[in-house]
Write a protein that binds this ligand. Structure first.
Ligand SMILES: NC(=O)C1=CN([C@@H]2O[C@H](COP(=O)(O)OP(=O)(O)OC[C@H]3O[C@@H](n4cnc5c(N)ncnc54)[C@H](OP(=O)(O)O)[C@@H]3O)[C@@H](O)[C@H]2O)C=CC1
Ligand SMILES: O=C(O)CCC(=O)C(=O)O
Ligand SMILES: [Mg+2]
Length: 729
């Protein structure tokens, strides 16, 4: 039997799964397609890591490792929902919850060995394992048409907006980059050479012929100087200070950068109490909230809290995550994540929220300048020409290089905070020094690898998409960056392997590519962005959020390099604030459009492998999705209106109608006739019921690991709806 794996993840997408998966399983079974789940949630991954701490009954297998292997085989057909890439505060929260639920998992800092095991679960630990292919993310035409007909709100931009991006002009990752292309398979050593001797930071790093390896360093003395300047500048210019990092995906480097921002904002706190905080194990890398919670029992508590208050008083106004609750940009490193936070700011006219809940211009600090410039181009364009118009604007789909832990994605085990001044060298097996950087104590040094096969595959995917959509494609590569120069040479070479006759394919720096793309979207023209991994992440939130209001509506396909398919649902994350709304008022505004789009592609993939009924399911689902968009039945943000469950009802109903009406597969039509009839009879009443039940708090029995029965009861509250699905059993 054909088999699709549907991932069990976290937060809002997990809750949506409790409602949607039973529908999918019931419908797919009729077409001979089995849909199984695998638990890759943060809680599940923690439990799978510590079997020896659990009872026999509590143990679960390592589903991520299993799917990682599956992704390398032609059999793979995986639907991947967004999952938590946990920061340390999130990881500690999940551990505490599991302990309270009776799982005897150790504390994060129980021992260095335990911390090392947890660090493998931390941050972006799922996506790089499953993404054994490059990425193809775009807004399908039904979604673009919907946005043109029902434009989302866009804040106004004013020419005198003081919002700006601040980034380093030297001494950062971008400016210190060195890059080599390996002439043959090799084994590398990364070593720190100091006056006291040589220490290996990493040995036996296997590399393949044609692989691009780069290394770089962020010099923290210069970083601190830069941050102090930006804090003073925000105060002078009376704008909010905000910082936008990726402490989740860039799990080693970016929490350290975040910690520097916290220190820079509260200099007196760290000058006076730095040692006390360090002795109490409280690191600024994990945010202000951890420090405030952690000092409650210390004798220095009052002085420390006063120093924090003094920091707020002395500094500029800080951008807020939740001004009602006093949660600032610096409270938790995973609250403000650059890919989603910068577009959200741009969408509302270059504003963030200040301490009094006021909308305000901001200096957006992105310390490393590798990619920060693209946002300044967009901001300048909006200042000059006003906000974009979703009813007329073109689209910027993306072809992203990410397979086999390409570029920054794979840097985690090659990122080091330098203990002692000296020189970091990358040395090959023959003892030759390939790259070398002088470093000071505290500097952040990192290396990245990009294998040749994924680069070839990426170029091919770009040409394929340019041809299929008859759209110009731009490689966003910067000839003043060492890594990008190596990539440009490869792109030029590999383009020769393809028929590019009549295609418009260019290579431009990220800033020039942004300018070209925004000029074209204003004219209603589309431009494919072909980018490395970080820009893939940034652009697949930026353009969708501007074009269609959210990255939830993206089709996000990963053609796996060994022939399987990974179908991601949307391009956004797990939207923690949606869970809060469900718990408080029983309304889930998660939009499952990404799931609908991914599922159709996954069925199609199954059909190509010999399950013809799956193609019928796919086509009917796509038609149902179009109808759902047409009739505006996506979840509303407000309680008392259609939510995630109501939109699942709509998709189930339209999908059944389409299946009953089609003539390609008589058995399927027959099977779905009674279902369509049942929906015709009671669908409207169920829709009303799903709205009426909203308004009061609900109990899920856990945040990271909700109780399955409780979550299912909340997400499948309509007996009438459940009975209709039961007809298919
Ligand atoms: N692929 C993956 O696995 C990814 C995982 N993540 C993880 O997700 C978590 C949250 O990250 P964050 O940066 O806040 O990003 P999110 O995308 O989760 O949230 C940002 C905002 O995007 C909007 N949004 C995104 N998806 C949907 C959807 N399906 N339905 C409705 N609205 C949506 C919401 O905006 P609004 O409420 O304004 O409508 C939401 O508040 C983190 O743990 C992060 O690590 C992040 C990105 C990708
Ligand atoms: O892997 C992650 O942490 C986030 C990934 C992400 O944001 C994306 O793929 O768009
Ligand atoms: Mg992203």
């Amino acid at each position: 039997m054909a088999k699709i794996i549907y991932t069990h993840t976290d937060e809002a997408p997990l809750l949506a799964t409790y409602s949607f998966l039973p529908i999918v399983q019931a419908y797919a079974a009729k077409a001979g397609v089995e849909v199984e789940t695998r638990d890759i949630s943060l809680a599940g991954r923690i439990l799978a890591t510590f079997p020896e701490n659990l009872t026999e009954a509590q143990r679960i297998g390592d589903a991520l490792a299993e799917l990682g292997e599956l992704a390398k085989t032609p059999e793979a057909n995986i639907i991947k929902l967004p999952n938590i890439s946990a920061s340390v505060p999130q990881l500690e929260g999940a551990i505490a919850e599991l302990q309270a639920q009776g799982f005897d998992v150790p504390d994060y800092d129980a021992s260095p060995e335990v911390t090392a095991r947890y660090d493998k679960i931390k941050g972006s630990a799922v996506n790089p394992v499953l993404r054994e292919g490059n990425s193809d993310r775009r807004a399908p035409s039904a979604v673009k048409n919907y946005a043109r007909k029902h434009p989302h709100s866009m804040g106004a931009w004013s020419a005198d907006s003081k919002t700006t991006v601040a980034t380093m002009s030297d001494n950062d990752f971008r400016h210190n980059e060195q890059s080599v292309v390996l002439p043959a398979d090799d084994s590398l050593t990364i070593q720190l050479v100091t006056e006291n001797g040589t220490t290996a930071l990493k040995e036996g790093l296997k590399v393949l012929e044609g692989e691009v390896v780069d290394s770089t360093v962020m010099r923290v003395a210069e970083l601190d100087k830069f941050l102090a300047e930006q804090i003073a500048r925000a105060k002078d210019e009376c704008v909010l200070f905000s910082t936008h990092l990726k402490a989740t995906m860039m799990k080693v480097s970016d929490p350290i950068l975040f910690g520097h921002v916290v220190r820079a904002f509260f200099p007196a706190l760290f000058e006076q109490y730095g040692e006390v905080l360090a002795a109490a194990g409280l690191s600024p890398n994990n945010g202000l909230a951890g420090i405030i919670n952690g000092v409650q029992d210390l004798p220095e508590r009052d002085g420390i809290l006063a120093a924090i208050e003094q920091g707020y008083a002395d500094g500029p106004r800080l951008a807020m995550v939740n001004s009602d609750k006093g949660i600032t940009n610096l409270h938790v490193p995973s609250d403000v994540i650059v890919d989603a936070s910068m577009p959200a700011m741009i969408r509302i006219g270059g504003k963030m929220w200040g301490p009094q809940g006021e909308e305000s211009d901001t200096i957006a600090v992105l310390p490393d300048s590798s990619y920060a410039g693209i946002y300044q181009v967009v901001i300048d364009d909006c200042k000059a020409n006003g906000a974009y118009d979703p009813t007329t604007m073109g689209s910027v789909p993306n072809v992203g290089l990410m397979a086999q832990k390409a570029e920054e994605y794979g840097s985690h085990d090659k990122t080091f905070q330098i203990a002692e001044a000296g020189r970091v060298e990358v040395v090959n097996a023959a003892g030759e020094v390939l790259m070398s950087h002088d470093v000071a104590a505290g500097d952040i040094w990192r290396a990245c690898q990009t294998k040749d096969a994924p680069i070839r595959d990426w170029v091919k995917l770009a040409v394929t998409r340019a041809r299929a959509s008859n759209t110009p494609a731009v490689f966003w590569l910067d000839e003043t960056r060492a890594h990008d120069r190596n990539l440009i040479a490869k792109v030029n070479e590999y383009l020769n392997d393809h028929d590019t006759e009549g295609l418009d394919i260019r290579i431009l720096s990220p800033e020039d590519a942004t300018q070209l793309s925004v000029d074209r979207i204003r004219r209603g023209e589309d431009t494919i962005s072909v980018t490395g991994n970080v820009l893939r992440d940034y652009l697949t939130d930026l353009f969708p959020i501007l074009e269609v209001g959210t990255s939830a509506k993206m089709l996000s396909v990963v053609p796996l390099m060994n022939g399987g398919g990974l179908f991601e649902t949307g391009a956004g994350g797990s939207a923690p604030k949606h869970v809060q709304q469900l718990v408080e008022e029983n309304h889930l505004r998660w939009d499952s459009l990404g799931e609908f789009l991914a599922l159709a592609e996954s069925f199609r993939h199954e059909a190509e492998r010999g399950a013809p009924s799956a193609a019928v399911l796919a086509d009917a689902l796509d038609k149902a999705t179009e109808k759902l968009l047409d009739e505006d039945l996506s979840p509303s943000r407000r309680v008392g209106e259609i939510d995630n469950r109501g939109s699942h009802l709509a998709i189930a109903r339209f999908w059944a109608e389409e299946l009953a009406a089609q003539t390609e597969d008589a058995a399927l039509a027959e099977a779905f006739k009674p279902v369509a009839e049942a929906f015709a009879e009671s669908g409207d009443a169920i829709a009303a019921e799903l709205i009426e039940l909203q308004g009061s708090p609900v109990e899920l029995g856990g945040y990271y690991r909700p109780d399955a029965d409780k979550a299912s009861a909340v997400m499948r509250p309509s007996a009438a709806f459940n009975e209709i699905l039961a007809k298919l059993a």
